[in-house]
Design a protein. Structure first.
Length: 356
């Protein structure tokens, strides 16, 4: 070792010894300051579609905003207390699953046969682990079951009766399928069935003719959160498409289509016409653009929603959050129920394409 280098080393040791407890205090303060700088938070959605002020009463608008705010409250409280993003996402989505306004859980749409089949998925961006369920009929909280699949099974996706059997083994709450019945969803089913009878075509064929209500194909809830450790979790839950047949499964339980999370890029939950989101692997595609092209989440989300999906007829939106707590909520429909709350930015809630 050279003399100069030796002298520097000795000086450094003397300095460290001389600092004593003050150095330890400074280190502790620096770590605390760094912890305070983590911009934890969450972003949520309650579905995208034909949502306009003209079709919305003031009372209904306030009800949606209150429901979104309640979901943000539930998730953010966990993050603020130092809890994990997994728990925050579950809490936020369960609030929306229990709110009949949204097409998930309690407010799920009807199938062609007059029942309900629910889907959900969740993914941890630090572990790159995931769980999903499809076509469940008697599980009160599909998003909780998706978590159980991820954490307590050897599989990624379970469906139908097998998923219900697993839910019972794990002690989750089971309900009758009629638990999900709501009057406004039943009326929606009747309108859809009338169109199908008149046209004698499938929903997709009628959609192309312009007479099918786009709202029949949409409606999902989702959340993406980042905690004080920087871990991203994304989750999605839905009742699917109105008048769906043959045990149709949309994008919500498909990892990469409806849900994706990777600490190295971002977390995404999608809502819209699921068939398009599956074909274009939307959620994973957004995060791949961030990870491999170096795009911001705003750039990546806008490109996929407006330049990839829209030209081919894919309608809907996504919510995105990265490990720094930055968020984006792009959509190509007239509205999307959405909200976000972070340590730095506070709370944002929106419904329409153009907010006042």
């Amino acid at each position: 070792m050279g003399k100069t280098r030796l002298a520097l080393t000795i000086a450094a040791v003397i300095t460290l010894v001389g600092c004593g407890a003050d150095s330890g205090d400074a280190t502790g303060q620096a770590q605390a300051a760094q912890q305070d700088e983590v911009n934890f938070g969450l972003v949520i959605h309650g579905g995208a579609g034909t949502i306009t002020r003209e079709n919305m009463t003031p009372e209904r608008e306030e009800a949606f905003k209150a429901a979104l705010n309640a979901a943000l409250d539930a998730g953010y409280a966990i993050l603020e207390a130092g809890g994990e993003s997994m728990d925050a996402v579950i809490a936020a989505i369960q609030v929306m699953e229990e709110e009949p306004l949204f097409n998930a859980g309690r407010g799920s749409v009807y199938t062609f046969d007059g029942g309900h089949e629910l889907d959900a998925s969740i993914m941890h961006g630090g572990l790159l682990d995931a769980g999903a369920v499809a076509g469940v009929r008697t599980v009160k909280s599909p998003i909780q079951l998706a978590r159980e699949v991820m954490e307590n099974s050897r599989h990624v996706m379970l469906s139908a009766e097998g998923a219900a059997e697993f839910a019972e083994e794990r002690g989750l709450e089971l309900v009758e399928n009629s638990y999900f019945n709501t009057e406004h969803r039943y009326e929606q089913l009747q309108r859809a069935l009338e169109l199908l009878r008149e046209e004698d075509r499938t929903g997709d064929q009628i959609a192309q003719s312009g007479t099918w209500d786009p709202a029949f194909n949409m409606g999902t809830v989702g959340a993406v959160a980042v905690d004080q450790r920087g871990n991203i979790v994304a989750g999605t839950s839905t009742g699917g498409m109105t008048a769906k047949r043959y045990n149709r499964i949309g994008d919500a339980p498909i990892i990469g289509a409806g849900t994706w999370a990777d600490n190295a890029s971002c977390g995404v939950s999608a809502t819209g016409h699921g068939e398009y989101f599956i074909r274009y692997n939307v959620s994973a595609q957004v995060c791949s653009r961030v990870k491999y092209l170096g795009e911001s989440i705003e750039e990546a989300g806008a490109h996929v929603i407006h330049n990839v999906l829209l030209p081919v007829g894919g309608t809907g939106g996504v919510i995105i959050m990265d490990a720094q707590g930055n968020f984006s909520m792009p959509f190509n429909t007239e509205g999307m129920y959405r909200g976000a709350r972070t340590q730095r930015e506070g709370t944002v809630i929106g419904i329409y394409q153009q907010e006042e």
